[in-house]
Design a protein around this ligand. Structure first.
Ligand code: SD4
Length: 335
């Protein structure tokens, strides 16, 4: 496959991953819209608060439990994300994540706290809880980012268990993909996807985390936006936080999460800021946006939230005021 074709196919893979949940909902319900979601709701509410990309109610429930039992926002986002990392049915996070085109499962993750500290791991193999390794990088090293073998050795030295992340299911999916002479987009039939999570604890402090196995069947060595502070995630405890999902290359090119937080600093609501950040992508000269998905979720210091994507079928899960709900996002491409 030549480079151009591969990159295009990779982009389409992004759509397959990104649209998975809602495609299933749509097919099952034979309607234009997923029925599992509640309408867009950016109202403010009481703290604590947790939001996450996609349909990850177990993860937001875990994070809320941490907050309600006195844990801080950082503990909440780490433990919330760990729920998805351990779920082998989630094919784009942690164990069970789909591999690269050579069969390696490689994870990217990052975490950021209220003081602007951050940690990240890229191209991490054989360790399920990449988000916890990222936290260790933040707390126990003088660095922000560890990659590949160094990240793995660091994790093992910190007591993380080495295990094969390629499950029977993800191996079979990869083998099926390999035998196809012509690549076709993968429909992810799971109820969740790459997870980015933001939380505000009872003290009003914000933290965020993001963890993923990245694009399915990516080139070996490919790293997306999810472990890149400012692209996949950014927190400014005075202003708010943002986390991204979708085709990471497009998020990186616009430093998306930092952009959203800076737009909120300038006075935009989280919703307006997410919309503006998406418009920066789709309005680029010759943007190929019809062939990929990007979505942002954001929260500000007041507990107002926003979410927006290029295409339909993006949602955030929000746990606030005792309600843990999947909320359908508004989107740009209505044609
Ligand atoms: C990446 N942003 O590696 C991730 C993938 C993702 O929904 O979020 N998929 O580019």
């Amino acid at each position: 496959m030549n480079r151009r074709k591969f990159i295009k196919n990779t982009s389409i893979t992004g759509i397959g991953l990104a649209l998975g949940n809602s495609v299933v909902s749509c097919a099952e319900n034979n309607s234009d819209k997923p029925t599992v979601t509640t309408p867009i709701d950016n109202s403010k509410g009481s703290l604590p608060l947790v939001i996450a990309t996609w349909h990850v109610k177990n993860a937001t429930a875990k994070a809320m439990k941490v907050l309600q039992s006195g844990g801080n926002a950082l503990d909440a986002v780490e433990q919330g994300c760990m729920v998805e990392e351990a779920d082998i049915k989630n094919s784009s996070v942690g164990k069970g994540g789909l591999p690269d085109r050579d069969g390696n499962v490689t994870l990217d993750a990052c975490i950021m706290d209220k003081d602007g500290n951050c940690g990240s791991v890229v191209f991490l193999k054989d360790i399920t809880h990449a988000v916890s390794v990222a936290r260790k990088v933040m707390e126990d090293t003088p660095h922000v980012m560890l990659a590949g073998e160094g990240a793995k050795q660091f994790a093992i030295s910190q007591g993380f268990k080495e295990e094969d992340l390629l499950t029977e299911g993800s191996k079979k999916a990869w083998e099926d993909w390999k035998v196809k002479s012509e690549y076709k987009p993968i429909i992810n039939i799971e109820n969740h996807d790459t997870i980015g999570m933001l939380a505000i604890d009872k003290n009003g402090d914000i933290a965020g985390a993001c963890t993923t196995s990245g694009l399915a069947y990516k080139m070996q060595g490919r790293v997306g936006d999810s472990p890149i502070i400012g692209s996949g995630l950014f927190i400014d405890n005075e202003i708010g936080g943002c986390v991204a999902t979708g085709l990471g290359e497009e998020v990186v090119k616009t430093v998306g999460s930092f952009l959203v937080v800076e737009l909120m600093r300038q006075g935009k609501t989280p919703q307006q800021a997410c919309e503006e950040a998406i418009s920066r992508i789709v309005n680029k000269p010759n943007s190929d946006y019809k062939n990929f998905q990007v979505g942002y979720i954001a929260v500000n210091k007041k507990g107002e939230t926003g979410s927006y994507s290029i295409h339909q079928w993006f949602s955030m899960t929000k746990f606030q005021d005792g309600k843990n709900e999947q909320i359908q996002s508004d989107y740009f491409n209505k044609t």
